[in-house]
Design a binder for this molecule. Structure first.
Ligand code: AMP
Length: 191
């Protein structure tokens, strides 16, 4: 099994976010689940990579060349794939994965998460999308998504696109228990 993890590049975030990331990494490695991520060496990105590798797991990084030139890339990954730009990276990050996990992050994480949610709404991505709501970090995003459904910018069926969990230990069970989704979702993409 292989999962894509979106997460923060900042080194300055609270220790609680690193702790949750380490727990996830350990659980993934123990279950033999490979990680595909943005290829960075900083912040929660570096943390998910280092901890997964330390526990014997496999980590594949997808990094745009311009980031490699400024030494943002992680040097010790199982595999580092260099791509031309951010668009190519986002496409490759989710290719062939069994699930996507979004940990707390900044605008980059949010952008990646919104793209994969949109692709799933259109039936172009059908795998579970799990959002780790460490200490309520994503409460406002959850409220906004609920509001979009409530105000009929999206349909009630669309709440099955994502799953919010509070603890890193809940992520793998949430992947296994996520509602199924089909490529025919395009048929009810419009309200
Ligand atoms: P952010 O949440 O704004 O820190 O951005 C993190 C996401 O954007 C990651 O999942 C990466 O794909 C990308 N990204 C942003 N900054 C970096 C960086 N310094 N190194 C590698 N990837 C980054």
């Amino acid at each position: 099994m292989k999962v894509c993890v979106y997460c923060a590049s900042s080194n300055k975030v609270d220790e609680k976010y690193f702790e949750a990331t380490r727990t996830l990494a350990q659980n993934l490695a123990q279950d033999g689940i490979s990680v595909v991520y943005g290829g960075g060496s900083n912040g929660l990105m570096g943390c998910i990579a280092n901890t997964t590798l330390q526990h014997g797991g496999k980590v594949i990084g997808i990094l745009p060349r311009f980031m490699d030139k400024v030494e943002w890339g992680h040097k010790g990954l199982t595999q580092l794939v260099l791509v031309n730009d951010m668009h190519e990276r986002k496409k490759l990050l989710i290719e062939g994965v069994d699930a996507v996990i979004a940990l707390p992050g900044g605008c980059g994480t949010l952008e990646e998460l919104m793209e994969v949610i949109t692709l799933k709404r259109l039936g172009k991505f059908t795998k579970p999308i799990i959002i780790l709501n460490t200490d309520g970090f994503y409460d406002h995003l959850k409220a906004l998504l609920d509001k979009m459904v409530e105000e009929r910018f999206m349909r009630t069926e669309h709440v099955d696109i994502w799953t919010f969990v509070d603890k890193p230990e809940d992520i793998i069970p949430a992947i296994h228990n996520a509602p199924t989704w089909n490529s025919d979702a395009i048929n009810f993409a419009a309200v």
